[in-house]
Design a protein around this ligand. Structure first.
Ligand code: NAP
Ligand code: 8YV
Length: 320
C-alpha cells in the first residue's frame, strides 16, 4: 500500500513534523518557493491535511483543490478555522484536540482573572520603573465579593468553575440550554448572565453562532464595576463596543487572551491602564502544546491505519 501523503500549509511544532515525517509523506507548503505551483503538483495525492490557525481558514476552496482529501486534523480544540460543515458534506473527517488542554487553559484563565483584578502586570511595571520608593502602588479592585458568570460552561468552562469554587465566589452560566446535573444558576441570555455577574468569563467556541455575542448591551448589563475576561475567540466580543465601554467606564476592566484580528491588537486597548492583554497563550505551555501535537499526529495515524479518528468534531462524528 502506498504511504499516505499529508499537507501541512503552515509550520507546526517540531514534534508534530517529526511524528508525521515518520509515518507519512509530509509536504511542507510554507517551505515551497511557489506554493501554488507546488500544490498543483501534489494536490491529487493529498489525503490528509494538518491544520492550525496559522494556515488561515480551511474551507471549500481548499477542498476543491484537494480531491483526494479524507481528513483535516486541526491543532486546537476550537475549530472555527475549519469549515467543518462543508467538510462533512463532502465526506471529509475533521478532528480537533479536546481533553488535553482543559486544565491548562483553565489555569491561565484564573491567572488572567486575578492579574486583571489585582493589577499584577501593572504592579510589576511599577516596581521595574522604580516608582515604588516614590509612592505605594494604588489599591486595586478585588475578587472578594464578586459573582462569576461563565459564558460557555463546556469542558474548559467547567474546569474554570471548579477552580473558582475554591475561591468561594458564586458561579452562574449561560449556554444555549440549561445543563442537567449542573448546580450553578442558569441564565437564558448573555445579557441576563452579565446583569447577574461582576465578572463575565467568555469561553464559548468561535464561529457564526457566537459572533459578537458580547456586545454593547451585554457590557452595559455587566456594569460599571464589571470585568470581562475573554479566553474564547476575539470574534465573540464586539471589540469596538468593548473599547467604547472601557473608555466610557461602562465596565471597569478586561483581561483578554484573544482578539478580533490576531496578532494585531488595537492601539486603543494597548494604551489602556485597566486591561491585561495576552498573546493567545491559553494552551501555550510546552507540555500542553506537545500533547495537542501528539493528538493531531495520532488522529492522522489512526485514520489511515483503521479508518477511525480519535477525536472527530461533532459535525463529522458519525463518519468513523
Ligand atoms: P466545549 O466543551 O464544546 O464547550 C463549549 C460551551 O459553549 C458549551 O457549554 C456550549 O453549551 C457553549 N456554547 C456553544 N455555542 C454557544 C452559543 N452559540 N451560545 C452560547 N453558548 C454556546 O468547548 P471547550 O473545549 O470548553 O472550548 C471552548 C472554546 O474555548 C474553544 O472552542 C476555543 O474557541 C476556546 N479556546 C481558547 C483557548 C485559548 O488559548 N484562549 C484554548 C482552548 C480553547 P451549549 O451547547 O449548551 O450552548
Ligand atoms: C491554540 C486554542 O492556541 O485550542 C484552541 O482552541 O485556541 C489554542 O489552544 C490555537 O488553536 C493554536 O492554533
Amino acid at each position: 500500500m502506498t504511504t499516505p501523503e499529508i499537507l501541512m500549509p503552515a509550520p507546526m511544532l517540531a514534534s508534530v513534523i517529526t511524528a508525521l515525517d515518520e509515518r507519512f509523506v509530509l509536504h511542507r507548503l510554507w517551505e515551497q518557493a511557489d506554493p501554488d505551483i507546488f500544490l498543483a503538483t501534489v494536490a491529487p495525492r493529498i489525503r490528509g491535511l494538518a491544520a492550525s490557525t496559522l494556515a488561515g481558514r480551511i474551507d471549500g476552496s481548499w477542498f476543491d483543490r484537494l480531491p483526494a482529501l479524507e481528513i483535516v486534523a486541526n491543532f486546537g480544540v476550537g475549530y472555527d478555522n475549519v469549515d467543518a460543515g462543508a467538510a462533512a458534506a463532502r465526506g471529509i473527517m475533521v478532528t480537533n484536540t479536546p481533553g488535553v488542554l482543559d486544565e491548562e487553559v483553565a489555569d491561565l484563565t484564573v491567572g488572567l482573572l486575578l492579574a486583571t483584578l489585582r493589577r499584577i502586570p501593572q504592579a510589576d511595571r511599577y516596581v521595574r520603573e522604580g516608582r515604588w520608593p516614590i509612592a505605594p502602588f494604588p489599591l486595586s479592585p478585588t475578587l472578594r465579593g464578586r459573582r462569576i458568570g461563565i459564558l460557555g460552561l463546556g469542558a474548559i468552562g467547567k474546569a474554570v468553575a471548579r477552580r473558582l469554587e475554591a475561591f468561594g465566589v458564586p458561579i452562574a452560566y449561560h449556554g444555549r440550554s440549561r445543563q442537567a446535573g449542573v448546580r450553578y444558576d442558569y441564565f437564558d441570555t448573555p445579557a441576563a448572565l452579565a446583569a447577574a455577574s461582576d465578572v463575565l468569563i467568555s469561553i464559548v467556541p468561535g464561529g457564526r453562532t457566537t459572533r459578537r455575542l458580547i456586545d454593547a448591551e451585554v457590557l452595559a448589563a455587566l456594569g460599571a464595576e464589571g470585568v470581562l475576561i475573554n479566553v474564547a475567540r476575539g470574534s465573540v466580543v464586539d471589540e469596538a463596543a468593548l473599547v467604547a465601554a472601557l473608555e466610557a467606564g461602562t465596565i471597569l476592566g478586561a483581561g483578554l487572551d484573544v482578539f478580533e484580528d490576531e496578532p494585531h491588537v488595537p492601539e486603543a486597548l494597548r494604551s489602556m491602564p485597566n486591561v491585561v492583554l495576552l498573546p493567545h497563550i491559553g494552551s501555550a505551555s510546552q507540555r500542553t502544546r506537545a500533547a495537542m501535537g501528539s493528538l493531531v499526529a495520532h488522529n492522522l495515524t489512526s485514520w489511515f491505519e483503521s479508518g477511525r479518528a480519535l477525536t472527530p468534531v461533532p459535525e463529522t462524528a458519525n463518519m468513523g
